[in-house]
Design a protein around this ligand. Structure first.
Ligand code: UD1
Length: 392
């Protein structure tokens, strides 16, 4: 009798395993991790979906990757392709080579990719050529600027994906315009905001603790970081930081602004490398209230932004996070793939020569504020998992 029961249980488990939907989730670079985290949590012990997490290793430093896994409580990846940095072609090719093997071994039912980084496009290409159904979260965003590598990744990914999960209605409209049938598009909200909603209370309990980069100055941070009295800088787009002339102009403007209001910049490795190479460290050292610090972990970063007067950035994700927190955001780019943050949120697109006057508006109480877009509510992962279990 006991034996019979055991056999029945074994059979049930075996049957469950056979009928589970095998879902590979791909994470590659820093902005992917806060999107993957809520999905992995919502999939924990799921009765019908078996998640497999693949890290491509596009970002690999503790500061750009490891600490995000730890702080966001993302389980260790089932596989790490360890592709590292290289030219776009080489990095993309390495990801494809590694990911093809993963798909051959695992035979997943679905591959889910997020965002617009090289890992997103590379894994979608591999899966779709192998006849595996692909799901793109953050589909349909368009800057209409093909000089951005991310725009190419978005176009490639959406051209061949099977299921499209979007964060706002403009993305739905873009996809419909490109001929994607409405039935394949699911507007389910913003996973980045899921992470923010879940982590912000915890983040605000952590002490802000910065490590200054070696910039020939050594200043106590203290009173410059009182609530609402400083701005947060982030710049890493090739269009802004890869050309000496452009980066020199920006560095001088940051210095000028820091004399009006203290600025803190958790520097991206790409930007730091270029600052050193273009000989700009001495310029930064001239400004005592321009703080260059090492890249921050997720908790420190959202804590820092949540207490700031504004963000000055060229990032995609920060436009969304500041919109949710209703903090004025100045995005130094000619376009954005996230226009909802402009028409509805606190984001403003500005030109380089408008930076100083726009910062003056903010510090005199005339910064832009807005509202939170639909479904940016912390429950997007639940909605996505429900949708995927429905398609089986
Ligand atoms: C990538 C994404 C971009 C995203 C950004 C967030 C693409 C095309 N771009 O750009 O969409 O907004 O990540 O950070 O996928 N580096 C390190 N340590 C790391 C990772 C990178 O030092 O862990 C250095 C590399 O050596 C390289 C530079 O940072 O010189 C840029 O890294 P890369 O992954 O090529 O592109 P990102 O600019 O980070």
């Amino acid at each position: 009798m006991v034996l019979l029961l055991c056999n029945n249980q074994l059979l049930t488990t075996y049957y469950q395993l056979l009928t589970m939907t095998k879902l590979i989730l791909v994470a590659g670079a820093r902005p992917n991790f806060m999107k993957i985290a809520p999905l992995m949590h919502a999939l924990k012990d799921h009765p019908t979906i078996q998640p497999i997490l693949v890290h491509t290793g596009q970002h690999y430093d503790v500061k750009m990757s490891g600490q995000f896994f730890e702080e966001l409580d993302i389980p260790a990846p089932d596989m790490n392709l360890e592709v590292g940095s290289a030219s776009h072609a080489i990095q993309t090719a390495r990801i494809m080579e590694g990911f093809e093997q993963v798909c051959l071994n695992e035979k997943p039912d679905y591959v889910l990719v997020v965002g617009d980084v090289n890992s997103t496009a590379a894994c979608t290409l591999v899966a779709s050529k192998m006849g595996i159904k692909t799901i793109h979260y953050e589909a349909g965003l368009r800057s209409n600027d093909r000089t951005m590598p991310e725009e190419i990744n978005r176009l490639v990914t959406d051209a061949i994906s099977d299921i499209f999960i979007t964060t706002s209605i403009d993305a739905d409209e873009n996809l419909l315009h490109e001929g994607i049938p409405a039935g394949k598009i699911h507007m389910l909200g913003n996973l980045m905001i899921d992470s923010l909603v879940a982590q912000l209370p915890k983040a605000q309990k952590t002490e802000l603790d910065f490590k200054l980069l070696n910039l020939e100055k050594n200043i106590a941070l203290g009173k410059d970081f009182t609530e609402g009295r400083y701005g947060v800088l982030t710049f890493h787009r090739p269009g802004n930081v890869d050309k000496k002339e452009c980066l020199t102009t920006l560095v001088n403007l940051w210095g000028e602004i820091s004399e009006l209001v203290p600025l803190v910049f958790p520097v991206h490795p790409r930007t730091y490398k270029n600052i050193v190479q273009f000989g700009l460290l001495p310029v930064i050292a001239r400004y005592p209230h321009l703080y260059f610090i090492e890249p921050l972990g997720y908790l420190q970063f959202i804590h820092l932004v949540s207490l700031s007067a504004f963000a000055l950035t060229d990032s995609g994700g920060i436009q969304e996070e500041t919109t949710y927190m209703n903090i004025p955001c100045l995005t130094v780019r000619p376009n954005t793939e996230r226009p909802v943050t402009v028409w509805e949120g606190s984001n403003k697109l500005i030109k380089t020569d408008e930076i100083v006057s726009e910062v003056r508006l903010i510090i005199t109480g005339r910064g832009k504020h807005g509202t939170v877009p639909k479904y940016w509510d912390g429950k997007t992962a639940e909605r996505i998992v429900e949708m995927i279990s429905g398609i089986g």
